[in-house]
Design a binder for this molecule. Sequence first.
Ligand code: HEM
Length: 244
Amino acid sequence: MAALTTFLWGALPYLAVALLISGTVWRYRYDRFGWTTRSSELYESRLLRIGSPLFHVGLLFVIAGHVVGLFVPQSWTDAVGLHESAYHALALALGVVAGVLTFGGLALLIWRRRTTGPVFLGTTRNDKVMYVFLVAALGTGLATTLINAFGATYNYRDTVSPWLRGLFRLVPDTGLMARVPTEYHVHVTVALLLFALLPFTRLVHAFTAPVAYLFRPYVVYRSRDDARRPGTARPRRGWEGTGP
Ligand code: HEM
């Protein structure tokens, strides 16, 4: 049991992050043209237009909730007068809304993927495995929150949060995780496995948000004019050549 505790909470997080980083570098080097969401908007857009924003907006709130709950020490929220009971009520309300939005959006996206022929055909084996882990991560997270809401209240900011912060300081206190309820064990393990899987799936698109879209011209025209050839004049922003 002690060996399993050490492995799960002292080694698995580092193994998952090592795979996440090395897998992402590998994918970028060897499959740069496959670095895409594998968009299926061309085949079906009605359900996509509802499911995708639901999922992505919900996920942004889920991520924000994790950052506050896991990385902001309880002593800080206490210091600004937000005591545990108020914090808990707030986190619960926002967490459930965020979790339900994300889960609902994902359910719609998966249903669409399964029932729209060409969309299903464009789904790789790795992506199918990824969907199982994504649903499991969201489902177990939401379940953990609901168990915490309706069952015996548990303050994960005493255990899970300091354990996670310890990982970044390279001194994980595995004993903290050994005593948290099982639903947290399941949720965190599934989440770590999802991180390890991420580079090999369409989720890599999350690392390359098309930020340049905000600054480039809407339509890119290229001039044939000699004066605009590389080397003769500095091209205006958005007019840079594409070739060597
Ligand atoms: C190592 C990484 C992670 C840790 C340590 C972690 C930990 C937690 C904790 C402590 C809670 C609160 C449970 C409660 O209210 O008692 C939670 C909730 C939740 N987690 Fe995670 N989690 C991780 C990754 C993920 C990932 C990757 C996903 C989904 C993609 C996810 C989805 C959720 C959801 C949907 C909830 C419900 C509350 C909300 O909507 O924020 N978690 N998680």
